[in-house]
Structure formats: C-alpha cells, structure tokens
Design a protein around this ligand. Structure first.
Ligand SMILES: *Cc1c(COP(=O)(O)O)cnc(C)c1O
Length: 471
C-alpha cells in the first residue's frame, strides 16, 4: 500500500515512513492511494472475530511493511480485556428501539482516544526499536489527547513525552490522571498561560528546525494516519454487533471536533462496510455542521471559538477535514490545493455551495449533521438518566441529540460514546445534581503525588527543559 499527499506531492510512501511523520512535505495530509474493498465473503469471515484479530485483518490491508506475525502480536498486545475492560473491547448496547451506544471509552483514560493511542504507543515502540532511533513527543493539551498520549507511551522504550498544559485550567480529575504518572519518560509541563500559549510553544519549538532535528521532536496529533486507521476497526466491530447479517445497513452518529473519528467512519464506508448515514454531531463550535448544511467551510477566529461543556469538540477548524474534501472533489489535488491553500489561506473560507461536488457529500458519501447547545446536552443527559438509567457524558449527549434527528425506520443508529461521564463531572452535577460513579481504579487519584514542572509561557524555557531531560 502506498500513501500520497492530499496536495499532490509526487512522492509515494509506505506506512512505516509516515507513521512517525506529521504533515506531508507540501503541507497536505497522507491518505492511502486507494481504499481496499471488503466484499460480503470477507465480512462473513470477519463477523465473529475477536477484536484484536479483526484489527489485524483491517490493518493488514493498509500496512505491508511490518511482517504479519509482528503486526498480529502488536494488535494482540494492544486490544486486551485488561486494558479495555471487556472481551468485546467496544461493547454495544441498545438504549431504545433502534438506537445503540457503542462504548469506546473504557480504556486507561476513559475517552475514545485510547482506542487509537494505545495502538500508536506499541507501533512507535516497535518501529523505533527496528530503526534504533528515539523520539521525543512534544504536545499541547487541554485534556483528552494529552492523557491518552501519556498512558499510551508510559514506559515505552525509545519514547519520551513532553506534554504542555495550561496551569490550573484542566479539571482536577484530568490533572490527577496526567500528573500522577510517575514514569520517567513522561514529563508534564504546566505552563502559566492558556491552551493557545501551549500550542504556540509547540509551534515555536517545531519551527526551530535545528532544535527539532537535534532532539528528534515529534507529535501524536490527530492528523496521524495510524490513529485514523486504528479507529476504522470499531466501525466494523459496531456494525457486526448491531446486525445479524451483512446485507443490513447501519448508520453512525459521531461527536466531532477535528473530524478524525468520523473520517475513520468515512474510510470504513469507502471500503464497502454497509453504512447508510454518517451523522456529524457538533456543539456550538459548528464549523462542520455549517459545511454540511450550506457547503461553506469557514474557519473561526479564536474570539469566535466558544468554550463549551463538550470541550474536546471546541475547535476553530477541523484538522482532518481535508482528507474528506479530497475524496469529495474526486481526489483532484489541484482543486484541493486551491480550496485549502488559496481560498482558506487567503480568506479563511471556501464555498462549495454552487459546486456539484457538494451534493455528493450527502448523496454519495452519506453525510448529515446536527449541532447541540449546552441546554440540549443537559436535557439529553437528564432524559437518558431518567428513561434508561444510563449516564452519558456531554460529548456523547451531543451525539445522542443529533442521532435522534436522523433516524430512519429499520436502520440501526449507533452513537459512538466518546468519553465516560466522570471525566466531565461538573456538567453531570449541573444536569443531575450529583456526581457520576467513578471506576474503582480512579478512586482517590486527586490525592496521589504529582509529577509536574511549572514553566513560564516561553518556548525557550520549554526547549531548555527538553534539552536537560534528554540524555
Ligand atoms: C477528541 C474528542 C472528540 C472529537 O473527536 P475528533 O476525532 O476530533 O472529531 C469528541 N469527544 C471526546 C470525548 C474527545 O476526546
């Protein structure tokens, strides 16, 4: 399998070459040069496979530069009941007639990002050992991504994590999750500033090419193809659980921010998984909902990006969206470049409303969308508790609300549960008047010793800290 850039760079690369890379050299995103097709006979073979074996089958179609036995071992080591809590790994349950919740949040940090990040940790360790190389991951987080990355990389050989976060601005639970890690290769850096300061520091350090090369700085952000690929697997697993045979369509609703999760659904659908509709659920930061309603993609300014009660979806632009638009414009790289480089780069927006391609988003690719407000999420959390004795987190509530707007008779609707409610306890208290139950392994984590350094919002200070801790 070869990978190409959405912006038309002539190079073709193999999976392990792009595994440790971010953007393509021309600023585009990597995609496979074709989507392998899965026929009914293959679906039939896969239907009853355990999750780790299903993961191996799907990954094998995209990864041909890791020997199969090694890839199989990596999948088996990643997707275990010990790490993800159940044999099914992503158990599905029916909430009401035709509406299902697929549990993706029973990994180490209680959010769906573990599904991909745990695999990435094992792939990184494998590939770095094979190359005899090291990697220092530098990141910025306001919650979910940082903790998922730290739990995936803790104790891994050849990898260090330097994770910046805005001092005092994460929830006490999220702080405790990250800062209680005592592993030597994990470095928490609390920056006196806001999340944007952290992101600016990461950018400044990455733009210092000399430093970047000398200290082998890398990232694990959501544009990484391996993360997206790992997420394709649970669309198949959800499909098999929601149906009894492979001729039945299923729809998915996906709480969305950077368009990573739902882009994996798009890939599964392109491979031939019978997905009828992919519902993109957004909060008040409705960049994506606006596009799917109007054909206009408009990046928001920082001042127009709202802080909401589903904070992991608070985005000003959707960093994986370019992958879908590439398929939408029939993989015409020149057209893609004019949209993302000329128009988006110039005016911060592009308009496909008059373009025949836009119609394809719904008609050919099955996309629909909705948005929710804080009041909608509170109402959904209360209603789900009252009618089904089930607690959902605010992101999953976004999804449930959107799902109900796009139900079709006879087509199961699977809502992806992207976090457990305990991660967003304050909103649950606001909705219900009490805290959600906490899994036993997180009892009392706020009282554990914390491993964190405090640094000013200054890239030089962060560079000095990295240099000191790399030997
Ligand atoms: C990251 C995240 C999302 C958004 O996922 P994308 O892949 O960025 O669309 C939604 N919910 C939760 C809880 C998350 O952590």
């Amino acid at each position: 399998m070869n990978y190409l850039s959405t912006r038309g760079h002539p190079d073709r690369k193999r999976f392990c070459e792009i595994l440790l890379e971010g953007l393509a050299p021309d600023g585009g995103l990597y995609l496979p040069d074709h989507y392998p097709q899965v026929d009914t006979a293959t679906l039939a073979k896969w239907r009853n496979l355990p999750y780790a074996e299903l993961a191996f089958e799907i990954l094998s179609l995209y990864i041909d530069d890791i020997p199969p036995a090694d890839l199989k071992a990596i999948c088996a080591k990643t997707y275990t009941p010990e790490v993800f809590g159940t044999e099914e790994i992503v158990p599905l349950r029916e909430l009401e007639d035709g509406v299902y919740l697929e549990a993706l949040s029973n990994g180490p940090t209680l959010a769906f990002k573990d599904m991909a990040m745990q695999l990435l940790g094992n792939l990184f360790e494998y590939e770095l050992a094979r190359r005899g190389a090291e990697l220092n991951i530098l990141g910025a987080t306001s919650g979910d991504t940082g903790s998922a990355a730290e739990y995936a990389m803790r104790g891994k050989k050849g990898v260090r994590v330097f994770m910046t976060s805005p001092d005092g601005r994460m929830s006490p639970f999220q702080q405790a999750q990250m800062f209680s890690l005592q592993d030597e290769n994990i470095h928490n850096i609390a920056v006196t500033g806001v999340f944007d300061d952290c992101q600016d520091i990461v950018k400044a350090v990455s733009n210092d090419l000399g430093f970047k090369r000398k200290y082998r700085i890398g990232t694990v952000n959501s544009i990484n193809w391996a993360r997206l690929l790992a997420q394709v697997v649970y669309y198949f697993a959800g499909y098999f659980q929601a149906t009894a045979s492979n001729d039945k369509p299923v729809s998915f609703t996906v709480p969305s921010g950077n368009f990573g999760n739902v882009c994996a659904g798009h890939v599964a659908r392109m491979m031939g998984l019978p997905i009828q509709t992919l519902v993109v659920a957004t909060n008040e930061n409705d960049v994506l909902d606006e596009f799917f309603r109007t054909g206009i993609y408009r990046v928001r300014a920082a001042a127009d990006t709202h802080e909401t009660s589903s904070p992991s979806m608070d985005i000003s632009k959707a960093s994986n969206f370019e992958r879908f638009v590439f398929d939408l414009v029939s993989r015409d790289a020149a057209k893609l470049r004019s949209l993302f480089v000329d128009e988006l780069g110039g005016q911060g927006r592009f308009d496909l409303s008059g373009d025949p391609a836009f119609k394809q988003a719904a008609e050919r690719f099955g996309f629909k969308s909705s948005r929710s407000t804080h009041a909608d999420r509170l109402a959904t959390i209360r209603d789900t508790d009252k009618r089904f004795a089930t607690l959902v987190d605010p992101h999953t509530a976004d999804g449930l609300k959107a799902a109900r707007e796009h139900l079709a008779p006879g087509v199961p609707m699977v809502v992806l549960e992207t976090a457990l409610p305990i991660k967003f306890a304050a909103t649950l208290v606001e909705a219900l008047g009490h805290e959600p139950a906490r899994p036993a392994r997180f009892e009392g984590i706020e009282a554990l010793p914390k491993r964190v350094v405090k640094l000013p919002a200054d890239a030089e200070a962060v560079k000095a800290y990295i240099a000191q801790n790399c030997d």
